[in-house]
Write a protein that binds this ligand. Structure first.
Ligand SMILES: [Zn+2]
Length: 247
């Protein structure tokens, strides 16, 4: 039976049966890296999981800005904390590209699982009022068909049980490639690129902003500035990978 047919059929089944079926599928899922059965977690087996190049969150109290080299490499930023899963290394580099360009949506859920596991290790009591994801411009969104940051943010918000708003933040302009630009040029290009569809509400003080990769920090910083202009006090940027510009 083709998966698409099977999947449609499954949606008509009672919820209990659906969750039972999902359990069976999970139990039989294969590791994306070595092909062996992965029973604990969908898409990755425990031995490949143990070899993932994850940041040790305990060393920096779950905030990479506490690490002097990273702090120094990200001057002029408007966000307050930075939480990333891994440096920009395999297998994350391949997975990120497969999510972004090949529509492997299940990798968004894998990233959300891994991020939530690591997040809850160090931040289980952090008060987060709202989760947002970095938006794409409508033309790029239509061209690609989906926003990869949204595919990570949505399941992540469920796992950490905090509210997520997918459409309040909008990108008004498509900015040019930032490669080779100075920090000042990048900040200038990004001015007025983002906007809020409606106010966030007075109770929203700590926002968690999700993206796939953080490089220069300019995009996340520009959004953070906008949020702070609208009453948000603290922004934590959460990404799968961190790749810092070379100076
Ligand atoms: Zn494996």
């Amino acid at each position: 039976m083709e998966w698409i047919t099977f999947s449609k059929l499954k949606n008509n089944w009672p919820a209990q049966l659906q969750s039972h079926l999902e359990g069976i599928l999970l139990a039989f899922s294969q590791c994306d890296l070595c092909g062996s059965d992965s029973q604990e977690q969908s898409l990755i087996c425990s031995s490949c999981f143990a070899q993932l190049p994850l940041f040790e969150q305990e060393l920096t109290q779950g905030d990479l800005l506490n690490w002097p080299a990273i702090n120094k490499a990200l001057p002029h930023i408007h966000f307050d904390h930075l939480f990333c899963l891994s440096p920009y290394l395999p297998p994350f580099t391949h997975w990120l590209s497969q999510l972004k360009y090949q529509g492997r949506f299940e990798l968004g859920s894998l990233f959300a699982d891994l991020l939530a596991q690591q997040w809850l290790k160090v931040h289980s009591t952090s008060p987060i009022d709202l989760i947002l994801s970095v938006p794409l411009h409508i033309s790029k969104w239509q061209q690609r068909g989906y926003n990869q940051a949204h595919l990570i943010a949505k399941p992540f918000s469920k796992l950490v049980q905090r509210p997520y708003q997918a459409t309040v933040l909008i990108r008004l302009k498509e900015n040019k490639s930032q490669v080779g630009q100075t920090g000042a040029q990048r900040r200038n290009n990004l001015a007025n690129v983002f906007s809020l569809r409606h106010p966030l509400g007075k109770t929203v003080k700590h926002v968690l902003l999700i993206d796939d990769v953080l490089t220069t920090g300019s995009t996340a910083s520009e959004i953070s500035k906008l949020l702070k202009d609208h009453g948000v006090e603290k922004i934590t940027v959460v990404t799968v990978c961190l790749t810092l510009p070379k100076h």
